[in-house]
Design a protein around this ligand. Structure first.
Ligand SMILES: [Fe+2]
Ligand SMILES: [Fe+2]
Length: 268
């Protein structure tokens, strides 16, 4: 189906899916969200989708078949080793482009491009450095290198990082070259969404698709015990789900955001 010519595109980016409740929340609401907000392209971070750590192929397919257009990852990219066997068949999977020694099986997954009418968008995923505990190349240099090879694309960037100031600094750096940056990784949504001075839609962290009453997706009762007794804790399995994200509309000619809205609601 050819899309009618449009002057704007609307992008919805959702925060890290954590476990089954998060997956189900996205799978069951994906098409509803796309209709409700007239979304042309929906991205979700899937690094914790499979029981809190990584993403297996079956669940990649489940999310894509539900209507997700692209799935980004993060520091848990290798959480499920299966990714190395299925990545070549998962064109809509995007892994961090600045991981040092990225496995050869993932080399073709460092960007996802799609035409939407006249527009050509490019989704990339980059890791921050602070407290990420992986060998990572500077995200500033990595973005510059990618951008300079293809400055015509409309860039949507999932910046997966821990530190607020690092995310904020990176946002100001790529503002004017990227059209949208949504932070991920902390699983806690920030309320600082805005259009930056050069027109990029920005949020420090999009939040999480998972159980609201949890410790960033982990069972809070187990966490309470763990803090006092040193026991282990695991992904929360029961509770009401929520969906967090950032919605933006971008002018395809100026590549600047013209509207922005934070998304945060409970699901049954
Ligand atoms: Fe995460
Ligand atoms: Fe993460």
């Amino acid at each position: 189906m050819k899309l009618p010519n449009k002057e704007t595109i609307t992008i919805l980016a959702l925060g890290d899916i954590v476990g089954r409740v998060g997956r189900n929340a996205v799978v069951r609401n994906c098409r509803f969200l796309k209709e409700k907000y007239h979304v042309d392209f929906l991205i979700v971070n899937g690094e914790n989708a499979t029981h809190g750590n990584g993403l297996i192929y079956k669940q990649y397919l489940e999310l894509i078949n539900a209507g997700c257009d692209c799935i980004t990852m993060g520091n848990h990219t290798y959480g499920k080793k299966e990714i190395l066997t299925y990545a070549k068949n998962a064109k809509k999977l995007v892994v961090p482009a600045n991981l040092v020694n990225l496995e050869p099986e993932l080399q073709q997954n460092i960007a996802y491009e799609q035409k939407i009418g006249e527009a050509r968008i490019k989704v990339i995923n980059l890791l921050g450095i602070d407290n990420i505990k992986l060998s990572v190349k500077s995200p500033f240099i990595a973005f510059k290198e990618i951008y300079e090879k293809d400055p015509e694309a409309i860039y949507i960037v999932d910046f997966h990082a821990e530190l607020t100031a690092e995310k904020n600094s990176f946002g100001y750096d790529i503002d004017g070259r990227a059209s949208m940056m949504f932070g991920t990784h902390t699983h806690v949504q920030t309320a600082d969404e805005r259009i930056m001075p050069e027109g990029m839609a920005y949020i420090t962290d999009a939040g999480m698709c998972g159980i609201r009453e949890s410790m960033i997706g982990f069972d809070y009762k187990e966490v309470k015990k763990a803090m006092w007794e040193g026991t282990s804790y695991s992904v929360a399995l029961k509770g009401k789900g929520m969906i967090n994200g950032l919605l933006t509309t971008i002018d395809i000619h100026s590549k600047k955001a013209i509207a922005i809205q934070r998304i945060n609601f409970d699901v049954e």
